[in-house]
Design a binder for this molecule. Structure first.
Ligand code: ADP
Ligand code: MG
Length: 326
């Protein structure tokens, strides 16, 4: 297959969207944004050896490159609508591409995302997806709005994706069933798009946890010029991660606080919103947990089970400091 056959066979069928005046096949796409809406735009890249193992099932890769970008839309309270996909491929393996597309288009259909363009080149395997969403004017949830005494919330459970990576690297021993469960959290994350939309008029600040809670929460604190106090015991975790605390506490703590790739949302909201947020949790069947408070004192403390602040908080994931998936 040459470049144009690849595009025609794999990247030309897409969710139909009337706002797309001109989609794949021209020099650029033409989109008519909805009246009264602002565009919310993000991009994320996944490189082989850095973000995924060479032998990862391509169906999960197609899912994940879209999921991580949908997660950014969720964190902004935006409705994701259009995507552009730039792929660098080592060869034109039709079976591999078909599986990649199955993962990609299944998620794209679910969220009604129209693929409107992209680029296809040869090189080390890498995917870059640009996502474009909409919010009503002025309604995007930023990192900068947290206020003193706001509650700090997180969705779902944290640390499983990092624990999966640790298990794959044999840093911790788990049963094959548990490794399979955790791998799903690492490879097939579910973006919290509905939650983000539900939080639009409630959350004062939000972000998605892609690099670990302790590092990511700092971004909210810096942008909002506030501090935080959170309770270690309150941070929601799976029974598998809880059990890992007994075997290797340092590693488990690292997964919980600094493990990336969970794609849960961390957000702040006034105390008066508690009942409303609990109702959202019920209707989405998604656990939402209060883990602490925003403080006027600009420091950041995580309080352990003995009521004492943790001394050294694990670092957030930093691409220029660590290697992964190698
Ligand atoms: P150009 O040379 O003008 O950049 P290309 O030949 O690269 O155009 O691409 C032709 C059309 O196919 C364009 O509309 C482009 O957006 C689209 N396209 C190319 N690669 C992809 C891809 N991986 N996914 C989606 N659309 C793609
Ligand atoms: Mg091009």
């Amino acid at each position: 297959m040459n470049e144009f056959e690849i595009i025609r066979r794999f990247f030309s069928h897409t969710y139909r969207d009337d706002a797309v005046r001109l989609g794949i096949g021209d020099d650029a796409a033409v989109i008519a944004p909805s009246p009264g809406q602002e565009l919310v735009i993000a991009v994320d890249t996944m490189n082989k050896g850095r973000h995924f193992f060479a032998d990862v099932p391509p169906v999960t890769l197609g899912h994940k490159i879209l999921a991580v970008n949908l997660s950014d839309m969720a964190a902004m309270g935006a409705t994701p609508r259009w995507a552009l996909l730039a792929g660098s491929l080592e060869d034109s393996d039709a079976d591999w591409l078909a599986a990649f597309c199955a993962g990609f288009y299944t998620l794209a259909e679910k969220y009604r995302i129209a693929l409107v363009g992209g680029d296809t080149t040869r090189g080390a395997t890498s995917f870059t997806l640009t996502i474009i969403g909409e919010t009503p004017a002025g309604k995007a949830i930023t990192r900068g709005g947290a206020r003193v005494d706001d509650d700090i919330w997180v969705s779902g459970q944290l640390g499983d994706a990092a624990l999966a990576l640790a298990a794959i690297k044999k840093q911790v021993s788990l049963s094959p069933e548990n490794i399979a469960l955790l791998r799903q959290r690492l490879e097939i994350p579910e973006p919290r798009v509905a939650l983000g939309l539900g939080l639009r008029d409630i959350a004062t600040a939000a972000l998605d946890i892609s690099d670990g809670l302790s590092g990511d929460l700092r971004h909210i604190l810096e942008s909002s010029q506030v501090g935080a106090r959170i309770e270690l015991d309150a941070i929601p975790r799976s029974p598998i991660l809880n059990a890992a605390f007994k075997e290797n506490k340092t590693l488990a703590l690292h997964c919980l606080l600094a493990g990336g790739d969970d794609y849960e949302l961390c957000f702040t909201a006034p105390v008066s919103a508690r009942a409303h947020i609990d109702a959202i949790s019920q209707s989405l069947e998604l656990p939402l947990t209060r883990i602490g408070q925003i403080t006027a004192d600009k420091s950041f403390h995580i309080i352990d089970e003995n009521g004492r602040p943790l001394h050294r908080l694990p670092d957030a994931f930093d691409h220029f400091a660590h290697t992964t998936h190698a």
